[in-house]
Every structure is written in C-alpha cells, then in structure tokens.
Write a protein that binds this ligand. Structure first.
Ligand code: HAM
Length: 424
C-alpha cells in the first residue's frame, strides 16, 4: 500500500496554487500599503507558551494541540496559531521596548480537529499583530485593512463583519460571576458541552450552537451591561471610526472567541457561502498578553485569516484572475527538430525583453496537433510556430489560440505585437 498523506493535512496542488498566490499577493500589497513589516517565527514552540497565552482550558490547548517531547525530553508543540509565537519573538528580541510594531505573518498552523470542508489539521493563516498602541483607532485600522483585502480579492460582497467588546478583565470577571449564577440555576437545560464549560470557561457557552442553550441565553445577563466606562468609550471610538470609513458591522454580544487572551475588541468576518466553517477571519485586542507572558505591559491587537477558507470562497465566487490559473502567455512550437534551437533562442529573447511574460517553449517533439493541444492546456493566448520556411526567412507564425487569424511576422513585428499585448 502506498503511503498517503496524514488525515486533515491536504496537499495544495498546482491547480490550486495560483489561487493561493493570488491571495498572498493581495495581502502583501495591502499590508505594505499600511506600513507593515513581516515577521517569520518557528512552527514549533515550547508547549507552555500556548498553554499560557491561548489558555489552559480552551479547546485548542486541551484537545487540539500536537504536542510531543523532542529527543532531549523538552515539551514542544506544533503551533495551533501564530499570535503566541509572534508575541514571544517580539519580547525575546526587544521589539516592544519603547517602540510600536505593526507586523504581518503567514504560515501553517496545526489543530487536531475533526476534518471537514474548510476545517483541516494543517491549515494556513495570514495575520497581523500590532504592539504598543492602545487607541481604538488601531483596531479600526486593522479592520479597515481586512475590508480592503476582501475588496482586492473580490469577496467583499460575500462577507459580513461581527463585532463585540468583551471588556477588561475586571468587567469580564464580574460578568462571569453573574452568568455562572444565572446558568447554574438552569443547569439541567444546558447541553452537555455547556454543562461541562459552566465551571471552567462559562463565557464560551455564549457561542454554543445548541438551540435550547441558545434559547436559555436570551434571558441571560448581557456582557455589554458589565463593561466599564473606558471599555464602552473604546468600543464607541472604534464603531465611530468604522462608520466614518463606511464599513458596516453587526454588534454580536455573544461573540467571545475561543482564545483566552482577548480583552475589549473582538471581531470575526463570516460568510454564508462555505457552510459550517464560515468564519474566514478572526481577531481582537489582547492588551494583557505581553505582561501575562512576563514582559512589560504592552497593548496589542491583531487578526488572522484562514487561507483555505478565503481560497474556497474565492473559488466558489469564481473571482481568481485567469493569469493565476494558467501556466503561460505564449507557447513556442518547433515544427521540426531542426527548428528547436531557433525556438529556444526566440524564447530566451522574449524572456529577456518582457520579464513578466510567461513563455513556455515546447520540448519533446510530437506532431503540430499534439503540440497545439499542449499549448491550449497551458492556457496561453498565443502560439508561436517556427517551421522550415520561417527558419529560412527569419520569421515566425503568430497563431492566436482564443480566436483570431494566424499571421506570419518578422521578429520586429512580433516584438511590437507582444509589447502592445502587454500594455493591454
Ligand atoms: P482563530 O479564530 O483561532 O484566531 O483562527 C483564525 C482563522 O483561522 C479562523 O477564522 C479560520 O478562518 C482559520 N482557522 C482556524 N482553525 C482552522 C482549521 N482547523 N482549518 C482551517 N482554518 C482554520 C487565531 O488563530 C488568532 N491567533 C487570531 C488573532 C491574531 N487574534 C489576534 N491576533
């Protein structure tokens, strides 16, 4: 039996890789337009980092982490997300010392979840973390940045923004007590999962999918009523800034997110187009995290998007430009073996003249018909053919593959034609 890939860890094949590259390029464009710099951190970190930052009693740490002992017996883990590693790196290298940082990153993360469409055990995130700025305008700018990214990826109409404030730790502690009081008195009506969460992480009950639990929650105390004045001011400043730049949002008082480090702003971008795994991006503020990990108190805010989900959404909306789904712009074909060097010379010349032109030269012989099939499959718009005659009078056959008449051109005419094509 041939060895297969590990369950939930899919390959990204050439047919999909273009969509990934498209997303990566749009993200890098947006991030550079907002003055962000990139950080790359290791895939493996000490397990304790995740337990301390994401939280001991979260699903991610309790049930989903790939942890192991390395050969010297150290407890390490495949990162289930990238924020913790970025915070660790920023602290370790003094990036937070009297300075602000606006960082972006990209890479794989690992969670032992039940695989299904849009949910994998190895998946990829693109994310941003900003340090040193507690102003809600920073939260707004991050959200604006995601909004710009959706626009560039042409998925903006398919996604909506949900927003909430989960307040400062004090507000949350008071709310938590009130919620536990309320739910304990009605424990028998809660679903099993929520019952077990009641003592350990009661806030997570708020986003239970169970209907009877949800019904019960409609009369439960609301987190919004427990926010401090500063929490409320922060949230209002954020929503005003979003309104100013025309970004619509829905305040969802039940949005709490599954990681413990958040305080105040939390948000998610969701879509109806992907079924159950509709959250394409999530983030929020984590002003207490750096201090919690042993650093000097430093505010932070960030988000991460799930690349698989954004790619699935782009595919379902059919918005990925052709250039990302084809191999070549022009396909060069020698009619006989004697024309092969002329073809390869022409290919070199075109690549030198037009650095962004994708030039494929046929290798491996075969009839003109079979070469044309390959040309078509490459996605090229144009085939260039050299036969005996063209060899003799230094010309080339220019054959449009997507409609249009075939012509014979001199080299100068060809260059002229292609430069026009590139401008178009
Ligand atoms: P998260 O909500 O756990 O947040 O993940 C962010 C995004 O990663 C999700 O919205 C989803 O699109 C994608 N994702 C998560 N798990 C999977 C999976 N098993 N398969 C496919 N996609 C998945 C975080 O990870 C935070 N670190 C975000 C953040 C950054 N907050 C502040 N800074």
């Amino acid at each position: 039996m041939a060895i297969q890939s590990v369950r939930g860890m899919p390959d990204i094949l050439p047919a999909q890789a273009g969509a990934w590259r498209y997303l990566e390029q749009q993200a890098q464009h947006v991030f550079s337009a907002y003055g962000l710099t990139q950080i790359r951190t290791p895939i493996v970190e000490n397990t304790a980092l995740f337990a301390r930052s994401i939280g001991d009693v979260t699903d991610i740490v309790e049930k989903e982490m790939y942890t192991f002992e390395d050969r010297s017996g150290d407890g390490v883990a495949l990162r289930p997300e990238l924020t913790a590693g970025v915070v660790r790196a920023a602290m370790e290298h003094g990036l937070l010392h009297n300075q602000t940082q606006r960082l972006w990153y990209q890479g794989p993360a690992f969670r032992y979840e039940r695989p299904q469409k849009g949910r994998y055990r190895q998946f990829h995130q693109i994310g941003v973390e900003c340090f040193g700025i507690s102003d809600a305008l920073m939260d707004a700018e991050l959200i604006e940045m995601t909004d710009q990214l959706w626009k560039r990826c042409q998925i903006r109409d398919a996604v909506t923004l949900e927003l909430n404030s989960i307040g400062s730790p004090e507000a949350r502690a008071r709310y938590r007590a009130a919620l536990v009081d309320f739910l304990s008195a009605r424990k028998e009506h809660l679903d099993k999962d929520s019952q077990s969460r009641l003592e350990r992480s009661p806030l997570r009950i708020l986003d239970s999918k169970d209907e009877s639990t949800q019904a019960l929650l409609s009369d439960a105390p609301s987190l919004t009523d427990y926010l401090t004045d500063e929490d409320t001011e922060h949230f209002e400043r954020l929503t005003r800034a979003l309104e100013e730049c025309g970004i619509e949002f829905e305040v969802n008082p039940r949005l709490v997110r599954g990681l413990d480090y958040y305080g105040r702003t939390v948000f998610e971008w969701t879509t109806q187009a992907l079924g159950a795994q509709g959250t394409i991006c999530g983030g929020g503020r984590y002003d207490g995290l750096v201090e919690h990990l042993g650093g000097r108190a430093t505010p932070g805010v960030g988000f991460a998007l799930g690349m698989e989900r954004v790619v699935l959404l782009m595919e379902s909306l059919d918005v990925i430009p052709d250039a990302y789904q084809t191999q070549a712009d022009v396909y060069l074909m020698p009619q006989q073996i004697e024309c092969e060097s002329a073809i390869r010379k022409l290919a070199r010349m075109l690549r030198a003249q037009f650095p962004s032109l994708r030039v494929m030269a046929h290798i491996g012989g075969g009839s003109l018909k079979s070469q044309l099939k390959k040309a078509d499959k490459s996605g090229a718009d144009i085939a260039l053919i050299i036969g005996q005659m063209e060899l003799e009078n230094e010309s080339v056959v220019y054959k449009p593959l997507r409609g249009g008449e075939q012509e014979t051109l001199t080299e100068a005419e060809l260059l002229n034609r292609i430069s026009k094509l590139k401008d178009a």
